[in-house]
Design a protein around this ligand. Sequence first.
Ligand SMILES: *Cc1c(COP(=O)(O)O)cnc(C)c1O
Length: 416
Amino acid sequence: MTAEEEARRLDETDPLPTLRGEFLVPPAPGGEYEEAAYFAGNSLGLQPRAVAGRLREELDDWARLAVEGHTRARRPWVDYHELLREPAARLVGALPHEVVAMNSLTVNLHLMMASFYRPAGDRTRIVIEDSAFPSDSYAVASQAVHHGLDPAATVVRLEPRPGEDELRTEDVVAFLEREGGTVALVLLGGVNYLTGQLMDMPAITKAGRAAGAVVGWDLAHAAGNVPLRLHDWDVDFAAWCTYKYLNSGPGAVAGCFVHERHVRDASVPKLAGWWGTDPAVRFRMDPAIAPPASADAWQLSNPPIMALAPVLASLEIFDRAGMDALRAKSERLTGYLAARLAETGARIITPADPAARGAQLSLRVADAGGLVRRLAEARGVVADAREPDVVRLAPAPLYCTFHDCHRAAEALRDLV
Ligand SMILES: *Cc1c(COP(=O)(O)O)cnc(C)c1O
């Protein structure tokens, strides 16, 4: 059997048949195949076929009903965000009243920090990872400034040991045990956007909370990629975008988690808006604020229905596939790609342990931009370059196939 036949056989016999048919796969940018082998779903996921119809329905209801659509649309807009609650809770392992779909990721991080980053006395520092996504770095630095603190002295950037690419859990825990008394907030990526490392969220959350800090997680690269148990892990808060593994479209509405112990605590300070109040009194324009005991209390504005419709359509696909089955397939696909890439001599900086990574493999290469261009030209493989020297390939298990992985490996063998 050739390697290509073997890849096709793996696709045909996999316990979770591909759901590629539910997505619009772009044409191959080069090479002999019709469709792209799309490995950039960690940056922007593919469009579910169901999305256009869902948007059409909302446009029709707007045309047909105008303001009446708030209560009479087929999915009434006034509590449209309720439709996303249960599927989002299942996705991140939360109780339904611990999650809300709102805003975008960085906005949600700021709303969470407005409530949960409360520097006082010696406890002022914010811990992030040195390879944090730029937006997170800007967000935490500006929070320090907002509190009149010096960002350089306030933000701690944890680095891997010299010569290593992974941030070891034991090193994060040791730091928190040693210096936790000065830490107000730990805010790490659940899956690192650059290396693809899956952090040990339960262990780090436990260590951070034991040190008296608040622990929040940026789940941009974790939501829809790996199973999460935010409630059981006792995470204080989390936020994630929905346009990466969650396939909800560019700039789609993000998600937010607040642990039950905080949603029940009316004394937690919040920035307020009319959508964060009890729906029963929302329209009274009463200056007395009555926030509900749920993550909804952090909503400010009435939600963008056109932007929520794709999120709902996408979450339905995750419910159908099941996150645990998807994770199992993801491990098979990523394991296969890792094994094939190892044959090419490519240097993978993502952890080799399947338990310490999601659906992304990052390669350290000489010229990331050039390699990504040549991958597209050679075999229609869409990857992503993080300049100067990292190429990321994410076999998203909903629509990537073993055959796509075969194409990527063949192209890399010829190019690396
Ligand atoms: C993608 C990503 C973002 C993007 O932030 P937006 O507010 O959605 O533009 C932020 N943080 C991380 C870790 C990301 O991976």
